[in-house]
Design a protein around this ligand. Structure first.
Ligand code: B1M
Length: 212
């Protein structure tokens, strides 16, 4: 088993300490941080997501997996961020109200930072007022919203409506993403962009900034 497969296996098993050590070893051996992230950590998480969906894994196991993913990501993140130069722009990012899922949103943050953007991460369960306050305070170029639940994705529209009411909509581009989100949904709620994964999110944010 190569290092990447080993990391993916520890993530799948929810072994935080082993995942952390395997990531540490891979980086010490010169494995690129991008490959450790994609072929190790994300690959492991993808297997778990499929198993959870089909009822082969349950919440307590998934929580352990999330911990292992986080342990690995903490080592990879500074390396991806260190490669950056002058900020390309500022992005305010958060998982919407009622939603605690942050693994995908954190990946988007890491990828954006790695690509050279300043990211203000508001965390999870972000209420509309918190998005608005951050936008008024930080003056970002883009606001990014993540949702993993069909019951919380509706809050994305609430934020966009609040931006209009505060006359902020023209000053900030909006990108949305997350497992239940589609391009159609993004257009319906009036977002400027949609990305199905973290790498695409970087491309979309760049396109949105170029289109201003
Ligand atoms: Co939850 N969960 N979960 N969960 N969970 C899902 C989302 C679910 C699809 C599983 C299922 O039943 N099949 C289901 C939602 C069903 C639905 O709404 N249709 C579900 C449920 C029901 C729940 C609970 C309600 C379960 C319960 O309590 N009974 C509960 C809700 C808690 C809450 O939020 N209020 C819950 C809890 C949890 C855990 C806490 C155990 C854990 C989250 C841990 C954490 O995030 N810190 C968890 C997890 C891990 C999952 C699954 C298994 C995996 C999600 C994940 O991290 N994927 C998930 C199943 C699935 O997605 N198939 C599931 C890996 C991650 C890299 O992908 O987040 O999709 P993802 O992000 C991708 C893209 O979507 C995109 O880029 C990312 C990277 O490529 N992306 C963006 C994401 N945000 C973006 C933003 C962008 C652009 C792209 O621009 C701004």
């Amino acid at each position: 088993m190569d290092r990447y497969a080993e990391i993916a296996q520890h993530v799948q098993n929810g072994y935080s300490e082993r995942a952390r050590k395997a990531v540490e070893a891979a980086l010490a051996e010169g494995c690129p941080a991008e490959r450790v992230l994609k072929e190790g950590l994300i690959a492991g998480m993808e297997v778990v997501a499929a198993k959870f969906k089909s009822g082969q894994m349950f919440l307590p196991e998934v929580l352990a997996v999330a911990g292992a993913m986080k342990a690995g990501m903490e080592l990879v993140k500074p390396l991806l961020v260190a490669a950056r130069h002058e900020p390309l722009g500022k992005v305010v990012l958060g998982t919407v109200r009622g939603d605690m899922h942050d693994i995908g949103k954190n990946l988007v943050a890491i990828m954006l930072q790695g690509a050279g953007f300043d990211v203000v991460d508001l965390g999870t369960d972000v209420r509309v007022e918190k998005f608005i306050d951050a936008i008024e305070r930080e003056h970002p170029d883009v606001v990014g919203m993540s949702a993993l639940l069909t019951t919380t994705m509706v809050h994305m529209k609430t934020v966009i409506e609040a931006l209009k009411q505060r006359d902020l909509r023209a000053h900030v581009k909006v990108i949305v993403g997350g497992a239940p989100i589609s391009k159609n949904f993004a257009s319906e709620i009036g977002a400027d962009g949609y990305a199905r994964d973290a790498a695409t999110a970087v491309d979309v944010v760049k396109e949105l900034l170029n289109s201003r």
